[in-house]
Write a protein that binds this ligand. Structure first.
Ligand SMILES: CC(C)(COP(=O)(O)OP(=O)(O)OC[C@H]1O[C@@H](n2cnc3c(N)ncnc32)[C@H](O)[C@@H]1OP(=O)(O)O)[C@@H](O)C(=O)NCCC(=O)NCCS
Length: 162
């Protein structure tokens, strides 16, 4: 069977899709993310619907997903904080069978294109130092480590606004 793979922005009405891919990512790679599966699993359908709607249009938030034969198997999101000239990448995840395929590159590329169109100056990402896969991936794409260390002092509900 021919594999059909494409990257698209999340759509208004994609709340259930967003929930499914995010929960899968948190279940399979919990060590990569600040949010826990237990926390995300408590979010109601309305919240997922609102997140999908907000990320589906405009220049403040975005989520791109990758579909393989009609099933969403990878995602990446970004958001701009108030008064900032950059977006923070979050929720980058690809199903294990897609790793090394270039799909993660395509998702980051989609976010970078969105950022350029939105007038942003740069994309920031935060990762755990123990996450060697993420470090190698982002380094290969040209991202460089800065001195910033994000102290996780904000309430988890705020950090998980993503
Ligand atoms: C981060 C992520 C999206 C990168 O996607 P990717 O397709 O694996 O990216 P790359 O092809 O650049 O591979 C990155 C590293 O993963 C490893 N890798 C690549 N393909 C792999 C595969 N098929 N199976 C296992 N590991 C693989 C390699 O070590 C590679 O580094 P190298 O090229 O220097 O050897 C993906 O690894 C992922 O979803 N990880 C779990 C979630 C996560 O950490 N998200 C980031 C949070 S900040």
């Amino acid at each position: 069977m021919t594999t059909q793979l494409f990257v698209r922005r999340i759509r208004d009405g994609d709340g259930a899709t967003l929930r499914a891919i995010r929960l899968l990512a948190l279940a399979e790679d919990s060590a990569a993310f600040a949010t826990t599966l237990e926390t995300a699993d408590t979010y109601g359908d309305d919240l997922w619907a609102e997140r999908a709607a907000t990320a589906s249009a405009g220049g403040e938030r975005v989520v791109f997903v990758a579909e393989v034969n009609g099933t969403v198997e990878a995602m990446a999101g970004a958001y701009v904080r108030e008064d900032e000239t950059f977006a923070t990448l979050y929720g980058m995840w690809a199903a294990s069978e897609l790793r090394g395929s270039g799909i993660a590159d395509a998702l980051v590329g989609a976010i970078e294109t969105w950022g350029t169109k939105t007038g942003l100056e740069r994309i920031q990402l935060c990762y755990y130092e123990h996450n060697a896969l993420a470090v190698r991936f982002h380094t290969r794409l040209g991202y460089r480590t800065t001195e910033d260390t994000l102290a996780r002092s904000a309430p988890i509900s705020d950090m998980d606004a993503n």
